[in-house]
Design a protein around this ligand. Structure first.
Ligand code: DP6
Length: 409
């Protein structure tokens, strides 16, 4: 090291799962969407990306390691854009104003990032990953800017990443400026507003390589007539209605809109030429179970109690209030028996000595068991129980992912 001061910061950032889906870009380089979207940020205690960024005059290149493996930073690519945009903010907001500020924007950076969830789970890590990258660079560069400003940069890494700069319930406003200055994330409500919003992620087995979001959505933009109807006549009203439902803690309306929007997203995928299928038989069986579960709760005068949503893959995310999560776990396990070892997390809910979640399988009274068949062990290969969470966190130096020599630990 050529200098004695270490310029470094570590931050973590959450995953978010949209309830109004982003699908389609009007500008693929700046990542400007054709519709606004809205998501729930999930708790970093369960799922997170952690990133350490260090600037040093002795570094020869910008370099990045993901889960210990070097990832190429391609010139003009998404990573390079985010890093150079953050250096630009450092220069404009700090160095140009204070001649004594160290010229960190001229140093190369080493960045190490780590996801605490397995890539094999098929959970998107690009949102939390780009949010953690931008958050760690913001601390390194001592930028005192709002999360919305940082969201403008995370957006250029991956669209959905802009929503991970906030906790709670977050809208990505599509904006209208061709330069993208108003296409940013805003907080609809913080997690504290509705902390009993929980989520159950059903990790579905999948061996086939699916179509990536980036290429899939572009094909939909080019070929789907249904997408045009969606962006003009459906999403604007849903954004309003679901924001209101969140502010009023109206779970019934929240659930209806969430499921309708997931369905329409998968409908526009099917309307793409050639068609794209993200859900499989297991995904569809989970829909049937939730529909029947809701039929019962509506019949009992309690409205919808669960809302499924699916992204660009077969995994189900089921939103429900805390009080109803146990019953939903028992229902899912009834149709999707588990390998006991994969269930430690969810078992905790039941405070039982049993190490086998399958012994807790149970369907609610009056449930029509014929709505789905029972699947073989491992069709749903794991359940993750989590809840609405907070935005990016600054971590202490002791949590650094870089060793003294500037390489990943
Ligand atoms: C289905 O944000 O992964 O999850 O902007 O090309 O990186 P890029 O796409 P990405 O797309 C996410 C699509 C989605 C819906 C959503 O998160 O809103």
């Amino acid at each position: 090291m050529s200098s004695s001061t270490v310029y470094e910061a570590t931050a973590s950032a959450p995953v978010n799962i949209a309830v109004i889906k982003y699908w389609g870009k009007r500008d693929t380089k700046l990542i400007l969407p054709i519709n606004s979207s809205l998501s729930v940020t999930l708790d970093q205690d369960h799922l997170r990306s952690t990133t350490t960024s260090r600037a040093d005059p002795s570094f020869e290149h910008d370099q990045l390691w993901l889960n210990g493996k070097e990832d190429e930073i391609k010139a003009g690519g998404r990573l390079a854009t985010c890093i150079s945009e953050m250096k630009r903010l450092r220069k404009e907001l700090v160095e140009d104003k204070d001649p004594n500020a160290p010229k960190l924007s001229s140093y190369k950076v080493h960045i190490a990032s780590y996801n605490n969830f397995p890539t094999a789970a098929g959970l998107a890590s690009s949102a939390s990953g780009f949010a953690a990258l931008v958050a760690s660079l913001a601390h390194l560069y001592q930028l005192t800017v709002s999360p919305s400003v940082l969201s403008l940069i995370a957006r250029q890494g991956s669209g959905s990443a802009c929503r991970s700069l906030f906790g709670g319930f977050v809208a990505w406003q599509m904006g209208s400026d061709p330069a993208g200055t108003d296409s940013l994330a805003v907080e609809v409500a913080p997690r504290e507003h509705w902390p009993d919003m929980h989520a159950l992620i059903c990790v579905v087995s999948d061996d086939k390589k699916g179509t990536s979001s980036t290429s899939g959505m572009q094909r939909t933009v080019e070929t789907s007539a249904l997408l045009q109807h969606r962006i003009k006549h459906v999403v604007p009203e849903r954004m309003q209605l679901i924001s209101k439902a969140i502010l009023e803690k109206d779970f019934d309306t929240f659930a209806r809109i969430t499921m309708a929007d997931s369905n329409q997203f998968h409908a526009v995928a099917l309307d793409t030429e050639p068609p794209i299928f993200y859900m499989n038989d297991v995904s569809r069986a989970i829909i049937a179970l939730i529909v029947e579960f809701n039929r019962l709760s509506i019949a009992n005068g309690q409205g919808h109690k669960a809302a499924y949503t699916y992204d660009a893959g077969p995994n189900a995310v089921i939103y429900a209030l805390e009080k109803d999560i146990k019953q939903i776990v028992q229902l899912i396990v009834s149709y999707f028996p588990q390998r006991p070892s994969e269930f430690k997390d969810v078992l905790g809910l039941f405070g039982t000595a049993s190490s086998d979640i399958n012994t807790l399988a149970k369907v609610p009274e009056g449930f029509n068991e014929a709505v789905a068949k029972r699947f073989e062990v491992g069709s749903v290969k794991g359940l993750i129980h989590t809840r609405v969470g907070d935005g990016p966190r600054k971590l202490s130096d002791s949590e650094s992912l870089l060793a003294a020599n500037g390489l990943p630990k």
